[in-house]
Design a protein around this ligand. Structure first.
Ligand SMILES: Cc1cc2nc3c(=O)[nH]c(=O)nc-3n(C[C@H](O)[C@H](O)[C@H](O)COP(=O)(O)OP(=O)(O)OC[C@H]3O[C@@H](n4cnc5c(N)ncnc54)[C@H](O)[C@@H]3O)c2cc1C
Length: 453
């Protein structure tokens, strides 16, 4: 078999992999990025395509522009199940053309020295002496297998986890997940019959009947084009996602002209805390493969970028030290948990709580402001659910109709704080991982008992 040597192999050119490549290009490393898809389809996956502006700012990445940008966003409108309450949460963002933006990042990385091979799949890891040392890849153009030896492999294979799932199962980065910690989602992009009233606002509809454990969305892509879809909780034995779509799409997108559909499709998204460790000897896992999506809304593009950024920093430092061990790559975890992972852990608990609420509870909670827009914004930005003292009286009065809801909410807020604190004290080296992991699991199992009461 043909053999080639690289410093770094990146498997997967989605938002996570292309971000890592973009940050690492032109830094003196010999890098190969591979993706199974043809170049023109890289970045093309079922998605709502909404990304908050802050991610680009925080990571020093270019804003989408030209054909990469479909709509500038000013905020989100959130609707209660009975549609009687509408909340507006302000926040700038973009409705993007994901393939165009991803391919732009890849092209810029390629122009600065990263080799990109499309139509090329990682078949299996090369694993020796406890280290990931590369991958056997298959080049579909030449129909040949190639052994790629690399000091570090970045696995960015999305929800498929198609590389790390073939590693020895005892490695912490091979950690599997419970299907209930995922969302099954489906969307269609189509033209509308008339101009969209407020194209700068994303609309989200919460309803446990039409989207159990998830929500419906209506995301404008310009004045007469929309991305409309829904997510439902995985592992629950619900009917197929298409059944829900066909039954309820008119409730949320009466103006959608399905005869002028541009694209449709479904996929899964992880809705949990990140992998306990994103790294091991010679390997870093990023993006959906590392469970980096937001547990409450399932948005994963911004956090895939954060994980790619953190991985890139760790790779550069590892090459400076000439050390590719888990210990050396560990700073990926510290960087990621500090920027996003701690919030994710806290929001995983919030998501578990929300999924257990009935439509009645949500209608009541939104109408009476047991939780308010500001709380939601705060929770989604920082992962903190602050139930401030000044508002206590109002909340107690609001909660009188549903004392158990208010009681649970207070408990949830405390557990969210506790799990976030655990993540803020993430171990500084792999030695501390075992004890820390058991503390996290214990806290989550206690939380589940309290919330299911
Ligand atoms: C319906 C739906 C709606 C969503 N809406 C939003 C939203 O509005 N906003 C948001 O931010 N997020 C949203 N998400 C989540 C978001 O799409 C993902 O979190 C994000 O795209 C993950 O990026 P990634 O790079 O990790 O993975 P991916 O984009 O899946 O990229 C993985 C890449 O790896 C390649 N690959 C896989 N295995 C191999 C292999 N063995 N060899 C070579 N290549 C391989 C694939 O071809 C692919 O290109 C949504 C998800 C779904 C399913």
């Amino acid at each position: 078999m043909k053999q080639v040597n690289y410093d770094l192999l990146i498997i997967g050119g989605g938002f996570a992999g292309s971000t890592a490549a973009w940050h690492l290009a032109n830094k003196g490393l010999k890098i190969l990025l591979i993706d199974s898809k043809p170049w023109s389809r890289i970045g093309d996956k079922p998605c709502g395509d909404a990304v908050s502006k802050e991610h680009f700012d925080n990571l020093g990445m270019p804003y989408p522009e030209g054909e990469q940008l479909e709509q500038k966003i000013e905020g989100i409108k959130l609707y209660s199940p009975d549609m009687s309450t509408e909340w507006t949460v302000k926040g700038e963002g973009f409705e993007i053309n994901a393939p165009a933006y991803t391919q732009r990042l890849l092209k810029e990385a390629q122009d600065r020295g990263v080799e990109v091979m499309d139509l090329t799949t990682a078949m299996k890891p090369i694993f020796q002496d406890g280290y990931v040392k590369g991958a056997v890849i298959f080049d579909r153009r030449k129909e040949e297998q190639i052994e790629v030896n690399a000091k570090i492999v970045i696995e960015a294979t999305g929800y498929s986890r198609s590389f790390r799932s073939k590693l020895p199962q005892e490695l912490p980065v091979a950690e599997d997940m419970d299907e209930k910690d995922s969302d099954i989602a489906y969307r269609e992009v189509a033209y509308t019959r008339s101009d969209i009233e407020e194209p700068t606002y994303l609309k989200i509809f919460i309803n446990q009947t039409t989207s159990p454990g998830g929500y419906w969305w209506y995301f404008p892509k310009g004045k007469d084009k929309v991305n409309i879809g829904l997510g439902i909780q995985g592992g629950m034995g619900y009917p197929s996602i298409y059944t829900f779509y066909e039954k309820y799409w008119k409730d949320y997108g009466a103006d959608v002209d399905r005869s002028r559909m541009i694209v449709k499709g479904g996929a899964l998204v992880p809705t949990r805390r990140p992998l306990d460790t994103l790294v091991w000897n010679g390997v870093i896992v990023i993006g959906d493969s590392g469970y980096t999506a937001n547990p409450v809304h399932g948005g994963g593009k911004g956090s895939a970028m954060i994980s790619g950024f953190c991985a890139a920093r760790a790779v550069l430092n590892a090459f400076e030290k000439g050390d590719f061990s888990a210990n050396s790559l560990w700073e990926t975890n510290i960087c990621y948990n500090d920027r996003y992972g701690a919030k994710q852990a806290s929001l995983e608990l919030f998501r578990r709580f929300l999924q257990k609420l009935s439509d009645d509870d949500i209608n009541y909670g939104m109408r009476k402001k047991v939780i308010r827009e500001e709380d939601l914004l705060e929770a989604s930005t920082t992962g903190d659910l602050q139930l401030s003292v000044a508002d206590k009286a109002i909340r107690v009065i609001a909660g009188i109709g549903r004392p158990s809801l208010l009681y649970k909410l207070k408990n949830v807020a405390q557990y969210m704080k506790d799990v976030k604190a655990l993540y803020k004290n993430y171990p500084t080296s792999p030695e501390g991982l075992g004890q820390w992991r058991s503390n996290v699991r214990q806290l989550i199992s206690e939380f589940d008992k309290v919330v299911s009461k």
